[in-house]
Design a protein around this ligand. Structure first.
Ligand SMILES: Nc1ncnc2c1ncn2[C@@H]1O[C@H](COP(=O)(O)OP(=O)(O)OP(=O)(O)O)[C@@H](O)[C@H]1O
Length: 437
């Protein structure tokens, strides 16, 4: 009996963790811009007596010209909030260790990529920087950033230490930067000896919060870290900082400087919220068409409760001539990523999805959110958190959003009332009814 339960538990846990990595990837893909934040950074220095530098421009960092060129070619004008303090610390001589936490999209990846590229000696044809990521897809994303930023620095080469990349026995890597997943990186250092760990100068552990959620990754990462020289710079990044992450971070990064950037509170202040009363899903669809006929919607995200409804709605909308993207639970991560990328690039104007599928995905760029079905938890109670996350915005100045809730029964009206009740304390504006069918 209990064994079976454990197995089921493990499966559930594995699924949840896969989800975490998938969410992180999808968030990266859907976002093409820096998240705007006004929050202050909190800095804890290893040596509080040494002066703390922060920079307002990339020039101040005295980067190699090829790298500065790369940074500007990416369209970066100035360092992000977290980069202002993290970059001088990471580029200091002697190198300093760093643990940094800030929400996704605040410029962490770009920061450590720049640090790695700065520390590499292109004359030396062996691995000098090692970066571990929780999944193959996330490693590829970081690799792309390295390639973009290093575009004008072609002497620096990159190799992926991931399952599918099989090298011949006895290979000695020539590339200066290795990026991969913990298991393969460990094998390449230990068993296969493609990498000489003692020659690594910079070790980056990315997405620590996702990493520790995956069985085995934590131990593998620690084992990799132990093979590195004492002088190696250790850098760890995480979007969140619960105790488990923190304990792990301390084991990976000795004598760290610590930078934290608080997550902005989500609010409903700048969002106009409406509801529409209908009697069936067909009527809801008709109402949706009416809304589309009445206002110009650049890009909208529509949430449904089930895959079936989402599929049906996507079909109906296409028939009406809309360019629709459908994000659905049964899709593989790569398929979901492709859908999101197309939507982000504006190839489709409407993204239809289920609650489950889009949980945790930031819809920052979308100005209209439609709850075709209201968010409820598995017991059928209002899911206020999901409502806020879908509709709420963080630090978006002057941009007003629009949210439309579809009501089709007493039950859903009750859900909406309860959601409204829940947020009444914090929000001045209440929901308005717009059209009824
Ligand atoms: N200084 C900058 N100026 C403008 N854009 C930037 C800057 N730094 C990073 N970006 C862009 O902002 C987006 C988010 O940056 P990045 O991926 O580095 O954030 P992150 O904190 O690592 O997020 P995640 O945790 O999701 O990986 C990227 O599209 C990146 O190209």
């Amino acid at each position: 009996g209990s064994l079976q339960i454990n197995e089921k538990d493990d499966k559930l846990k594995a699924a949840a963790n896969e989800d975490k990595a998938a969410q992180s990837l999808l968030n990266k893909l859907i976002r093409s811009n820096l998240v705007n934040t006004t929050n202050q950074v909190e800095v804890l220095q290893r040596d509080p007596s040494s002066p703390l530098y922060s920079v307002k421009s990339f020039e101040e960092l005295r980067l190699k010209p090829q790298l500065l060129q790369g940074v500007y070619a990416m369209g970066f004008n100035r360092p992000s909030k977290i980069q202002e303090t993290a970059l001088p610390m990471m580029l200091a001589e002697p190198p300093q260790n760093l643990i940094a936490q800030s929400q996704s999209g605040t410029g962490k990846t770009a920061a450590f990529v720049l640090a790695m590229l700065s520390h590499v000696d292109p004359e030396n044809k062996w691995p000098q920087c090692l970066c571990v990521s929780p999944t193959y897809e996330l490693a590829l994303q970081t690799g792309k950033v390295i390639e973009q930023m290093g575009k004008f620095y072609p002497e620096v080469q990159l190799v992926y230490a991931i399952r599918g990349n099989k090298l011949e026995r006895g290979t000695r890597l020539q590339e200066q930067i290795v990026i991969g997943t913990p298991g393969t990186v460990l094998d390449w250092c230990q068993k296969l000896k493609f990498i000489e760990p003692k020659r690594i100068k910079v070790f980056v552990l990315d997405e620590a919060d996702v990493m520790i959620a995956t069985q085995g990754h934590q131990d593998q990462s620690i084992r990799i870290q132990r093979m590195l020289p004492k002088t190696c710079q250790m850098l760890l990044f995480s979007a969140t900082f619960e105790d488990t992450v923190w304990n792990f971070a301390k084991r990976i990064v000795p004598d760290p400087n610590i930078i934290k950037l608080k997550r902005e509170e989500e609010t409903l202040d700048t969002i106009k919220q409406y509801y529409v009363i209908c009697n069936s899903k067909e009527e809801k669809f008709q109402a949706l068409c009416n809304i589309y006929g009445a206002i110009t919607i650049a890009q909208a995200m529509i949430f449904c409760h089930t895959r079936k409804t989402a599929g049906w709605l996507a079909g109906e909308l296409s028939r009406e001539g809309h360019q629709v993207a459908l994000l659905s639970g049964e899709m593989q991560v790569e398929q979901r990523a492709a859908v999101i990328e197309r939507f982000r690039d504006g190839k489709e104007k409407v993204l239809v999805t289920t609650n489950v599928c889009a949980r945790g995905i930031d819809v920052e760029q979308v100005s209209v959110v439609i709850n075709f079905d209201l968010p409820v938890d598995k017991d059928g109670n209002p899911d206020n958190e999901t409502y806020l996350h879908r509709i709420g915005r963080t630090g978006r100045f002057g941009k007003r959003g629009l949210a439309i809730n579809m009501v089709d029964s007493r039950f859903s009206m009750n859900i909406l009332n309860r959601i409204q009740e829940h947020f009444k304390r914090v929000d001045s504006e209440s929901l308005k009814q717009v059209v009824s069918c």
